[in-house]
Design a protein around this ligand. Structure first.
Ligand code: GCU
Length: 431
């Protein structure tokens, strides 16, 4: 009932709130451009909901210790997420090669060593490659902890340096020079380096082009393995989010061969859809010591059952390729999900999880993001770790610290200096 009260023209709002992707993808498909979809952004209109118990296994067993969490409930949840939502990650290819394309010893005013490394994967007579941009602080006495994250528009967009190779083909298959250095504020690489951290990034399009055309997976890393499948068969078990998560693990594999990088301190991060990918990467790959969800929103950190902001209906309409095809059965049916996103947050335990929200980013449901972190606390407790609770005050501009940390800053959807200040602080404490 209440759901029906707050219907709006979602097609236009998606473009404004989430960047330009939604509108472009929707219109490119030739489908209805502005379908009327329910979206609530009024706190007083959120209907009551009941979350599934993160500690109750499918067989009805109450999980009350860390051993049973690790051996029973965690694998069960991971499998449910693969089957119902994100699909299965690509396997490991038969061969992987790393080719150093460039090394700049005096990068960023002689504060960093810059490398561009081409990762090539071969399987079944096919190959897939992407280029990783890596900055390592100079003159450190020990290997550097590293931030690992994907970028939206190409490696050349996140650095002030003008001689970085263009990556991240757009939907027409072109690199876009005019975006050079346009997303520096999303990575703050110079300050990251000053603080003694390395930073590695790849454009997500180069792992799986972010295009809802059902053929786009054929240009993704999955094509190495499943080229013989029909689109329908493929989308039944795999997704772009799983490819992106996989890509970050392959970046970490490569970083493990870099002497000046300390991979026991690897921190995976991402904004928005890339925050969803970071959470999913962290859930699957326990080498990531800190997982950073920056405004990951719907199907990221935000609770699905809480009817606020983007919904499963909206996200599967605009971005069906992010999920397995059967996930759309949960549209307007979130209560039937066998988990909610506090379970995804709990898959990071007992490692560090940082959740960042922005006050005006209603599309991503900041309060729903906060609540996931709070409810994941039940699992951290099994490891003897106390984390923030639903009663912890959520104050704009302040930082709730701990193994699960949370901050909400003022402003709109972005990953900016205020967010990075929080992440650098945590990273410095735990390294
Ligand atoms: C859209 C989408 C969000 C996503 C965002 C982004 O707004 O609806 O789920 O997080 O794009 O990745 O920028």
């Amino acid at each position: 009932m209440l759901r029906k009260l707050s219907v709006l023209m979602w097609g236009m709002a998606a473009a404004v709130l989430g960047g330009c992707h939604a509108s472009r993808l929707a219109s490119a498909s030739g489908e209805i451009k502005n379908p009327v979809m329910h979206k609530n952004t009024e706190e007083s209109l959120v209907p009551p909901y009941v979350l599934p118990d993160v500690l109750l296994s499918r067989t009805g067993k109450k999980i009350d210790n860390a051993f049973d969490w690790v051996h029973i409930r965690r694998p069960e949840l991971l499998e449910l997420y693969k089957k119902e939502m994100y699909g299965y990650l690509p396997p490991r290819p038969a061969t992987t090669e790393y080719e150093t394309l460039s090394v700049k010893e005096d990068a960023l005013n002689n504060t960093a060593i810059r490398k561009e490394i081409k990762l090539t994967f071969r399987m079944n007579g096919k190959k897939h490659s992407f280029v990783m941009l890596l900055y390592i602080p100079k003159n450190l006495s020990a290997p550097a902890p590293v931030f690992v994250g994907l970028n939206f528009r190409g490696n050349h967009t996140v650095t002030p340096e003008k001689d970085v190779i263009m990556t991240g083909k757009d939907v027409d298959g072109n690199f876009v020079e005019k975006r050079r250095s346009k997303h520096i504020n999303r990575f703050h690489i110079e300050e990251t380096i000053k603080r003694g951290f390395a930073s590695a990034t790849v454009s997500y399009h180069d792992i799986y082009p972010d295009n809802k055309d059902e053929n786009s997976w054929r240009k993704s890393v999955y094509n190495l393995f499943f080229a013989g499948e029909s689109n329908e068969e493929f989308h039944a078990h795999a997704s772009a989010l799983s490819a992106w998560a996989w890509g970050m693990s392959r970046m970490l594999d490569c970083l493990e061969s870099e002497k000046m990088i300390d991979c026991s301190n690897a921190f995976v991060h991402g904004l928005s859809r890339l925050g969803k990918a970071a959470l999913w990467a962290g859930a699957n790959d326990t080498r990531f010591k800190l997982v950073i969800s920056n405004e990951s929103g719907c199907c990221g950190a935000a609770l699905a059952r809480r009817d606020f902001g983007e919904t499963v209906e909206i996200i599967t309409h605009y971005f069906p390729h992010w999920f397995v095809s059967s996930f759309k059965k949960y549209a307007r049916n979130e209560d039937k999900l066998p988990f909610d996103q506090h379970c995804l947050a709990a898959l990071i335990a007992p490692r560090y999880l940082a959740i960042g929200s922005a006050q005006e980013d209603l599309h991503a449901d900041p309060y729903g993001e906060f609540l996931s972190g709070a409810h994941a606390g039940a699992v951290y407790k099994l490891f003897g770790i106390d984390t923030y609770t639903v009663d912890t005050p959520r104050i704009v501009g302040s930082h709730i610290t701990g193994a699960v940390s949370y901050h909400i800053r003022s402003g709109v959807h972005d990953q900016n200096l205020d967010d990075w200040m929080r992440y650098w602080d945590i990273a410095a404490k735990i390294k």
